[in-house]
Design a binder for this molecule. Structure first.
Ligand SMILES: Nc1ncnc2c1ncn2[C@@H]1O[C@H](COP(=O)(O)OP(=O)(O)O)[C@@H](O)[C@H]1O
Ligand SMILES: [Mg+2]
Length: 301
């Protein structure tokens, strides 16, 4: 659906995108994840035709984006990072207004408002909306032109837990609409919940692109979470000695031991812990989360 090849973008001397390539399959939810400043918004602004790029090739729906921009843009909806509204309008007026701009008759504004759970509030001034409501209205606006591809730039990142939950539920609902969703976020839990493919971008470079299920398979690195009765900091170095220990992350009385060889670690870990001569409150094995994988990838570089 989208193919990006060796895309480069500079802002003056800042190299925001250093030759990135990736592919987004039709009907998938593509999770574009990275820390602040990684290049997510820049990429999305390019793919939605808002800004130009310096080099590379973009193919959307089998067509060269640059040569068929106007046509391609008709099948794209965009929820930008910070959507802006006219505060004096209400939600209904706003969507009608957007509909007129894009001269699109097809979508039923009332249905859209129901979809984003704003039907009750459609006569309320947008200025009086909560952040979550505004974000849902922006989603409805992005959906207005019946897009085949929807770009969502950190749609839930600035919301409170309840707003985030509502937004993620809406996005999950969109999966059934058979549209392709390109979603950026720096919240890995959100990506883990709604995306089926993950692309990690860091400092303008792609570190990895992989289906989420495959990612878990290839990066299964078991982790032992151990909790002590007292802060174990001064004794941790002892634990770093064994060959099968890759890394240890400390967090107060809790530590996470990343191991290289699970079978070996399972046999040895209690022996090693007993050498510390300190009380263990709990210990358990867990699989890597996307957060663990992300931290390893970003640190490795
Ligand atoms: N308009 C701009 N002018 C100059 N530098 C910019 C501009 N927009 C973004 N940048 C820089 O480009 C890099 C990528 O930014 P951005 O795409 O916004 O990252 P993200 O959305 O992942 O947080 C950052 O170093 C940022 O400071
Ligand atoms: Mg951004």
């Amino acid at each position: 659906m989208i193919k990006v090849v060796d895309l480069k973008k500079n802002y003056g001397r800042v190299e925001a995108l250093k030759s990135i390539s990736f592919e987004v399959e039709k009907g998938s939810v593509f999770g574009f994840i990275g820390r602040n400043g990684a290049g997510k918004t820049t990429t999305m602004n390019i793919l939605t035709g808002l800004i130009k790029f310096n080099d590379g090739k973009i193919i959307i729906k089998g067509k060269d984006f640059q040569e068929n921009k106007q046509e391609v843009l008709k099948s794209i909806g965009y929820l930008p990072e910070t959507p802006t509204f006219y505060d004096y309008m209400n939600a209904y007026e706003y969507l009608r207004f957007i509909g007129e701009i894009i001269s699109y008759e097809g979508k039923n504004v009332s249905k859209l408002l129901e979809m984003v759970k704003l039907a009750k509030h459609k006569k309320k001034r947008i200025g009086a909306y909560s952040r979550g409501m505004k974000q849902r209205l922006a989603l409805a606006a992005a959906f207005m032109g019946n897009p085949e591809i929807l770009f969502l730039d950190e749609p839930a990142s600035a919301l409170d837990p309840e707003g985030r939950m509502e937004m993620l539920e809406l996005i999950e609902g969109l999966k059934n609409e058979k549209i392709t969703i390109f979603l950026s976020t720096h919240i890995l839990n959100d990506a883990e919940r709604v995306c089926n493919k993950i692309c990690i971008i860091d400092e303008g470079k792609i570190l990895l692109t992989e289906n989420l299920s495959q990612l878990y398979k290839s990066y299964i690195q078991p982790i032992f979470d151990v909790e002590f009765e007292e802060d174990p900091t001064d004794k941790i170095d002892l634990l770093k000695k064994p060959e099968w220990v890759e890394n240890i992350k400390e967090n107060g009385r809790k530590i996470s031991i990343y191991v290289k060889d699970l079978d070996y670690a399972k046999k040895e870990i209690l022996k090693e812990l007993s050498k510390l001569n300190t009380s263990v409150v709990s210990y358990q094995i867990r699989k890597s989360t996307l957060e663990d994988i992300f931290m390893r990838m970003v640190k490795q570089k």
